[in-house]
Design a protein around this ligand. Structure first.
Ligand code: ADP
Ligand code: ARG
Length: 346
């Protein structure tokens, strides 16, 4: 069933959903339904229920991106500066820039993650509990074939005790178990069933299973060796690609439940001390945005910064290659480090 009424948003709502959902588009999309039963009401539920969303939409399946394109394409263009076509993957390391010494010295840790979903299944918001379990099984089988250097163990969330879970979250290794945006999107159904995390022995390589996307493949290390972290991620992604068929689209690249993650589905981030710029967080966000970067807090999205440390990452994921996105981030980090040095009191 479609929406019976055009959604109303309060004045304070600044989501891309509110900005791009015209009455005409909403009427045009009424009655459309994907093969897994996803409608426009399902697509926009998170943004309607959570008015502080920045985007406010989650797709249920690959077909959502075609059927609801009159709404989604303008949102993609607004967020990524592109609504496709997306270039072929490029994880090459040869042309990456160097990080300046002042940037290196202020980076505490580096993390690069990509989102992936399996071909032949709906995305998380429309998946059934039986399909979600099947997805988990397939991923566990693939993880057993990882090269020895990144081998480790899979930990099911339903079998994990609270202390262990909270410790992994606090150490930035595991997703949180509550998120009202994901709840509204239908992504927390049957929680914690079929969710889990694979951790390599040294914890530098990990895979989140059945959270916002069916896989989040992650490399993370202390310090600012972005190239080394990107190399580790590449190793894991290519090993898993040999055993899993990922959901892709000729126009949109790797498909993810949230439109912000399409394309490369890659977020590369550093935890960086920016003591000089921290005195005016609003200005930092504006400057970072102008550099094509995003500022998050110390515990990721929707969290606060602490002690002048920020999570700085690439904003665009669609219409650029992985190598281009990393290059862009590294140049932006150098720029911010320079600005920070200039802003710091002597
Ligand atoms: P995602 O990166 O998957 O989009 P979040 O922004 O919620 O999601 O981040 C997930 C976790 O990764 C959080 O605990 C966050 O603090 C952590 N994280 C992100 N970047 C870094 C980094 N460079 N160093 C350490 N932890 C990080
Ligand atoms: N749905 C949330 C919003 O619109 C998050 C959007 C981007 N982040 C994400 N984890 N997909 O604000």
């Amino acid at each position: 069933m479609g929406n019976s009424k055009f959604p109303s948003f309060t004045d304070g709502c600044a989501s891309l959903l509110k900005k791009h959902l015209t009455k005409e588009i909403w009427e045009e999309l009424q009655g459309r339904r994907t093969a897994s039963g996803f409608t426009i009401s399902d697509l926009i539920r998170s943004g309607v229920e959570q008015e502080d969303s920045s985007i406010g939409m989650y797709a249920g399946d690959a077909e959502s991106y075609d059927l609801f394109a009159p709404l989604l394409d303008p949102v993609l263009l607004d967020y990524h500066g592109s609504s496709g076509p997306h270039p072929a993957p490029d994880f090459s390391l040869d042309a990456l820039p160097e990080l300046s010494r002042e940037a290196q010295e202020n980076i505490l840790s580096t993390r690069v993650r990509v989102g992936r979903n399996l071909a032949g299944y709906p995305l998380g918001p429309a998946i059934s509990s039986a399909e979600r379990r099947e997805v988990e099984t397939r991923i566990k089988e693939a993880l057993a074939h990882l090269p020895d250097a990144i081998q480790g163990a899979y930990h099911s969330l339903s079998e994990m005790n609270q202390t262990r879970r909270q410790d992994l979250v606090a150490r930035h290794l595991l997703f949180k178990s509550e998120d009202r945006f994901l709840t509204s999107a239908g992504l927390m159904r049957d929680w914690p069933d079929a969710r889990g995390i694979f951790l390599s022995r040294d914890e530098a390589f990990s895979v989140w299973v059945n959270e916002e996307d069916q896989l989040r493949i992650i490399a993370m290390k202390k310090g600012g060796d972005v190239t080394a972290v990107f190399r580790l991620l590449t190793e894991g992604v290519s090993a898993l690609s040999r055993h899993l068929d990922f959901l892709t689209d000729p126009r949109l690249g790797f498909l993810t439940s949230c439109p912000t993650n399409l394309g490369t589905a890659m977020r590369a981030s550093v935890h960086m001390r920016l003591t000089g710029l921290a005195t005016d967080e609003a200005a930092l966000k504006v400057n970072a945005e102008a550099l094509g970067l995003q500022v998050r807090g110390i515990h990721g999205e929707h969290s606060q910064s602490k002690g002048g440390v920020f999570d700085i990452s690439n904003r665009m994921r669609l219409g650029v290659t992985e190598a281009e996105a990393i290059t862009h981030l590294m140049r932006g980090i150098n720029h911010l480090a320079r600005m920070d040095a200039e802003a710091a009191p002597l």
